[in-house]
Design a protein around this ligand. Structure first.
Ligand code: SHN
Ligand code: NAI
Length: 194
């Protein structure tokens, strides 16, 4: 069976600088995905024009800056991640080249081969977050699985997480002892006779 070799991480986008190039349909979707996950994300969108939906979506976010101009190399300065979402394939390839030269991680929305990272489909329940990837095979299946998991995971899990954090903070002392106790306490979650 083929395998997915992507390595998932969870970025703190309020501590990083993200550049999105392109403010049409796809640029709007990507900025929306970022803000749904991290309302305090530091995002700059550079585009020759902006979809009205993007302007209204970002209106209440002082941490999001829209700059109406054509992309230039200098836009990458100080950026940690870039998403290229223009409808111009040549321009996207050019942004990719400049990003690589500047060692900035890049996602080119329509070209998996030019992506250092993919965006995932995200299940969110309070402090819980699950990122889903189909290895680029079918984003639509990723979206559907998100809906399935969202329905399957009870909202009460949040209070379990809150309680576990209190216990975890209380279980000071020996590290191995703490790990053992936390595993014992949560074993009911994986018990098959339950
Ligand atoms: C490789 C990847 C790179 C990346 O963009 O990061 C990529 C690539 C491409 N997407 C395309 C199309 C669509 N993408 C979506 C939706 C999502 N796409 C997302 C991620 C990813 N998309 C990465 C792989 C993720 C993985 O590993 O599974 C999600 C999960 C996250 C997000 O984008 O926020 C988000 C769902 C979020 C949610 O709602 O939960 C829909 C469905 C819809 O919008 O309803 C369609 C239309 C249907 C279709 O075509 O399948 C095309 C063809 C473009 C064209 O034909 O022009 C390409 C290019 C190609 O495949 O070659
Ligand atoms: N990965 C994904 O999820 C998907 C990717 N795509 C691809 O994403 C690309 C973008 O599609 P749309 O957003 O629908 O296009 P669009 O035409 O709605 O928007 C294009 C954006 O690029 C900007 N732009 C164009 N030239 C520019 C320049 N020189 N400098 C700065 N900005 C510039 C425009 O101002 C506009 O904001 C397409 O190539 C499409 O094939 C499409 C669907 C899904």
């Amino acid at each position: 069976m083929e395998e997915n070799h992507l390595f998932p991480v969870f970025f703190k986008l309020d501590q990083l600088q993200v550049l999105v190039v392109g403010g049409g349909n796809v640029g709007t979707e990507k900025v929306n995905a970022i803000l749904q996950n991290c309302p305090a994300a530091r995002v700059t969108v550079v585009a020759t024009w902006f979809a009205p939906e993007l302007e209204s979506l970002t209106a209440g976010f002082p941490n999001v800056t829209l700059i109406q101009k054509a992309f230039s190399c200098g836009d990458l300065f100080g950026k940690d991640l870039v998403i290229a979402a223009t409808a111009d394939r040549e321009l996207n390839a050019c942004i990719w080249e400049k990003a690589k030269a500047s060692k900035v991680l890049i996602n080119v929305a329509d070209t998996p081969g030019l992506c250092d990272f993919y965006l995932g489909s995200i299940v969110q329940k309070g402090n819980l977050k699950i990122a889903i990837s189909t290895n680029g095979k079918s984003p639509t299946i990723a979206k559907r699985l998100k809906e399935v998991l969202n329905d399957a995971i009870p909202d009460t899990l949040e209070s379990v997480l809150q309680h576990l954090q209190i216990l975890r903070d209380r279980l000071k002392g020996d590290f191995n002892d703490k790990v053992k106790k936390l595993n014992e306490l949560t074993s009911v979650l994986v018990s098959r006779d339950h």
